[in-house]
Design a protein around this ligand. Structure first.
Ligand code: NAP
Length: 286
């Protein structure tokens, strides 16, 4: 039987409606949750991502401030900006759009963000808290993947979960989140041997690599839940994931499409994190 499609767009819309209601709750108290998005340089993809983030904020009533800076900006100027944003009471979340130009260290800039405002969840303090199992701001894409898994009603506890990709942005936090949910987790990467054998054992398979068609139907366990994080632009201009959707959908129990699967959740979880940061900073109980 073909897989059930996990409709990320629909799930994101439902979550955003709830977020908007919570934003209204803040506004009734005279507080507008605020997000600063810092964009360095002219990278076209980054410009689109930033525009989409600002638009999503607007739709939910969150104030967004996009700060556009030239690609030649010096690190110390950017660090001074971080200090200023850290101090501003009206800014609850700070996001620095990655990648940064080569002369800037993303690590240094991210570490300059107050962890309480680190809505991308990439600051070592938030990473450490996540690893330790303490409340943290969680990186948006894996957080969104978890929401998608939960939306299916499938159990995670005790299941075999395989995550392909081990970036700080997606793979590593995804593996930790699944571990936190009591899955038995295997993390795969470019040195992994016998990938097929491992993926075929997965009840839950999360693919975050950036290689179109890496995972085909024959690599998937019958009935598995498959999340395709990959976003690859083909020479034709078409957007595609890391999973060969048509063969995988014949075998999987659940699967996300690309586009319209994980992508819409990433921005939604950014809004969620901004709200979480606002609750903490304004000392408001949920
Ligand atoms: P990344 O930093 O380039 O990491 C890719 C990972 O894939 C690395 O850990 C790499 O292993 C591993 N890998 C490469 N080739 C492999 C292979 N043949 N077999 C197994 N593992 C392999 O990428 P990322 O930032 O995590 O993003 C991954 C994909 O997700 C990209 O397509 C990106 O555009 C997409 N993405 C989508 C969203 C969304 O909102 N939908 C958000 C973020 C990213 P090594 O560590 O050994 O090099």
């Amino acid at each position: 039987m073909p897989a059930q499609i996990i409709e990320g767009k629909v799930i994101a819309k439902t979550l955003r409606t709830k977020i908007k209601k919570r934003v209204d709750f803040f506004k009734a108290k005279g507080i507008v949750p605020g997000l600063a998005v810092v964009l360095v340089g002219e990278d076209p993809a980054s410009q689109i991502y930033v525009k989409n983030k600002a638009q999503a904020c607007q739709e939910c009533g969150i104030k967004s401030e996009v700060i556009k800076l030239p690609s030649t900006i010096q690190e110390k100027v950017l660090l001074t900006l971080m200090e200023k944003l850290n101090k501003r009471r009206d800014i609850h979340g700070i996001l620095v759009q990655l990648p940064l130009p080569q002369h800037l260290s993303a690590e240094v800039i991210i570490e300059a963000i107050n962890p309480a405002k680190d809505v991308d969840g990439l600051h070592p303090v938030n990473m450490g808290k996540l690893l330790a199992g303490n409340p943290a701001l969680i990186p948006c894409t894996p957080y969104g993947c978890l929401k998608l898994i939960q939306s299916t009603g499938c159990a995670v506890s005790g299941k075999k979960a395989v995550v392909i990709g081990r970036s700080n942005l997606v793979g590593k936090p995804m593996a930790v989140l699944l571990l936190r949910e009591n899955a038995t987790v295997t993390a795969c990467h470019s040195y992994t041997q016998d990938l097929v054998e491992i993926t075929r054992s997965a009840d839950i398979l999360v693919v975050a690599v950036g290689k179109p068609g890496l995972i085909t139907g024959e690599m998937i366990k019958s009935g598995a839940l498959v999340l395709d994080v990959g976003m690859n632009r083909l020479p034709t201009g078409k957007l595609t994931g890391d999973v060969d959707f048509s063969s995988a959908a014949e075998i999987a129990g659940w699967i996300t499409p690309v586009p319209g699967g994980v992508g819409p959740l990433t921005i939604t979880m950014l809004l969620e994190n901004t709200l979480e940061a606002a609750y903490e900073q304004e000392d408001i109980l949920h």
